[in-house]
Design a protein around this ligand. Sequence first.
Ligand code: FAD
Length: 418
Amino acid sequence: DIGVDTDVAIIGAGPAGAAAAALLVRSGLSVHVLERSRFPRFSIGESLLPQCMQTLDEAGLLSAVEAGGFQPKNGAVFTHRAHEAVIDFRDKFSDGWGTTYQVERADFDQRLIEAAAAQGARVDFGVTVTGFRPDAQHPCLTYFDESGHEATLAARFVLDASGYGRVLARLLGLGRDPRLEPRMALFTHVEDHIQEPNFDRDKILIGVHPEDASLWYWLIPFSHGRASVGVVGDVDTLSAQGGDAEQRWQRLIEAEPRFRELLRDARPLRPVASLQGYSADVTRLHGPGYALLGNAGEFLDPVFSSGVTIALRSAQQASPLVVRQLRGDSVDWQCEFERPLRQGIDTFRAFVDAWYDGRLPSIIFHDAHPATIKRMISSVLAGYAWDTSNPFVSAARRRLTTLAELCGHAPVASGDSP
Ligand code: FAD
């Protein structure tokens, strides 16, 4: 095309942008990624799910990840008032990977985008996208570099992978109420000094506050004796703790016996950070000449570590459609991209809702499930939220409600459609 700088312009070099870039250059398209920051840069979102290994593999990014020496992950341990429940992702209903990694994102994201660049994607750092002109054939981005120079990038298709930047959602007014209560997270990295022989570094540890079940904790072990430790709760409860972020985090860790015990010798590696109101949604994930990937579209909640998996999955679903469209085929983005992608996101949403209204904790801490049921739940928690042959995917809400009641949970009235 005359006047076109690249086939595909991608906003953002996080996991969604890197995977899309790699998949598209592998299909023979030219790709230009515009990234606001300079890598390595900190990002939260460190515990991956096995499902995402398949996308990394297909995008030719897996060897770069494997070379990173990241902490392997094979499941999750949940703890509440001395009860422990173990989910092993290798024992699951769906086919596919049963293991993955827990990653420091600064390093992980840099590896992904470097591997995408090595496959042929052009990546510019330190450039911020500020404008977008939608057009079915010739969409165009405006951006600024660090010295304030403005430039444009004319493409044949634009993918927005700008994460919390939500560039196109903001510019096009696509945002809508995420239908989840606003919550806050307080988190940091530590040198954990965990000596306990029974502690399983291959699993994320999720704790529930002993008195206030609306508060939960994560402990994500990394390699080299480091870990990510966070607390999540509704904004009012966490704010009511008083003091600064550091003091609130410390006080909350001390309130949970298992976390207090495990982290008694931990040393902080960075100041405690806080994020709030991170859940987001949009009215549509595509439009003339563009599609939204990962967090630039929808973000639910961190409790099941689904963010990077959804980000990678969105790249994997969009890329072949972009290739087809630019070859001249007609693509039904609603039926072929948005609907199937949202089906998996909705599975996670059903699990997130069931976590916060207490159904899921009563299922998880009930230790007498038949093995088949346990495997179906393990599968969703391993990221296989798009496998509709799993009844906990195809009828997630109804199944979770029925099972929770069998586990003794009082029936939940509101918002629980089948
Ligand atoms: P990002 O990784 O956010 O990448 C977007 C990139 O776009 C960034 O590099 C940014 O600099 C760039 N950008 C933004 N604006 C612009 C612009 N205007 N121009 C150019 N570039 C721009 N997920 C998990 O999988 N596991 C977890 O354990 C987990 N824990 C979480 C805990 C918390 C408290 C929160 C809030 C989230 C958590 N997540 C987790 C979610 C995870 O952080 C995200 O889902 C994931 O990073 C999304 O990837 P992405 O590629 O869509 O966006």
